[in-house]
Design a protein around this ligand. Structure first.
Ligand SMILES: [Zn+2]
Length: 297
């Protein structure tokens, strides 16, 4: 009786939190769901991802963490959200600040579906090539824009654009208590336009490595087109989804990093004159390889 009551409480709270997600779920037995949730303590800037660092998030065999970078994208992000919702599962998104500014409603849909939101800078530069001060400004400006346009708190999770880190910026992440998310499995969706090929190759990698943090981009057509198939294949191959959430709160940076252009989240006239022309284009129809959406990593 006691377990029944606990079970009912659990179901009740889940229904309250994620009605929108549950409403679209596939039949039980066909959907991935969330096998377990891991709370990540970002204190001291831990680094996760075996392609760059010595360790990753401790997972069991066949456990997978899904991550999506560079969005939100007005066409592709919703398709990915729909596939995730059909599988009743959760992922972590690393949006770019200027994309959040361009497509706030899409980002808000990601938040509403219960996914974790981290940071991926404001304009996606190669941070290792910038001065420390300029790099930190772009990191912080990104977090501030994502918070503002998401209308929600972010997790203190950060992914370096192009996975391009540096000793001094890893040190900054440690001081700021930002967990650095690298990758265990690279889908290579930036260079794989064929959705079926993308799914086949990513599943093959997962089978070889036995699971891990997978990197996709929610600005890629092949990722959007292939996501439902990919999730179906994960289920068919007995992979489990782990959802990562923040144990520690995102804290504001020192005020010096929120002054001048770093504090701009796009509301002042001054800021609009400073913007580069590319993001202004942000067309809703054509997404060619040279436009603002093309961030390889
Ligand atoms: Zn990126």
């Amino acid at each position: 009786m006691r377990s029944l009551i606990i079970g009912l409480i659990a179901v009740g709270s889940l229904a309250t939190v994620s009605t929108a997600v549950l409403a679209d779920c596939l039949d039980s037995g066909k959907s991935l769901g969330v096998a377990r949730t891991i709370k990540i303590d970002s204190t001291g800037g831990p680094k996760f991802g075996t392609i760059q660092y010595p360790s990753t998030i401790k997972l069991k065999e066949r456990e997978v963490i899904l991550t999506f970078d560079d969005g939100p994208h007005p066409q592709y992000t919703p398709k990915i959200l729909k596939a995730l919702a059909a599988h009743c599962t959760r992922a972590t998104f690393f949006p770019v600040g200027r994309m959040a500014r361009a497509y706030p409603k899409t980002l808000q849909a990601v938040v509403k579906a219960g996914h974790t939101i981290g940071g991926h800078t404001y304009r996606h530069p190669n941070l290792a090539r910038l001065s420390k001060r300029a790099a930190i400004r772009d990191i912080e400006k990104g977090f501030q824009a994502i918070r503002k346009y998401a209308g929600a708190e972010v997790a203190p999770f950060f992914r370096f654009p192009f996975l391009s880190d540096s000793k001094r910026l890893r040190q900054y992440a440690a001081e700021r208590d930002l967990a650095i998310f690298s990758v265990d499995i690279v889908s290579n969706d930036s260079y794989t336009p064929n959705a079926n090929r993308l799914v086949r190759r990513t599943i093959a990698q997962l089978k070889r490595k036995g699971g891990g943090i997978v990197l996709f981009h929610d600005i890629k057509r092949s990722t959007a087109r292939g996501m439902m198939n990919f999730l179906n294949q994960l289920k068919a191959n007995n992979f489990k989804i782990v959802h990562v959430v923040a144990k520690t709160k995102f804290s504001n940076p020192a005020p010096m990093y929120l002054t001048g252009s770093a504090a701009d989240t796009g509301t002042s006239a001054k800021s609009s004159t400073k913007r580069k022309p590319k993001p202004k284009k942000a067309p809703a129809k054509s997404f060619g390889p040279r436009d603002v959406f093309d961030f390889p990593t």
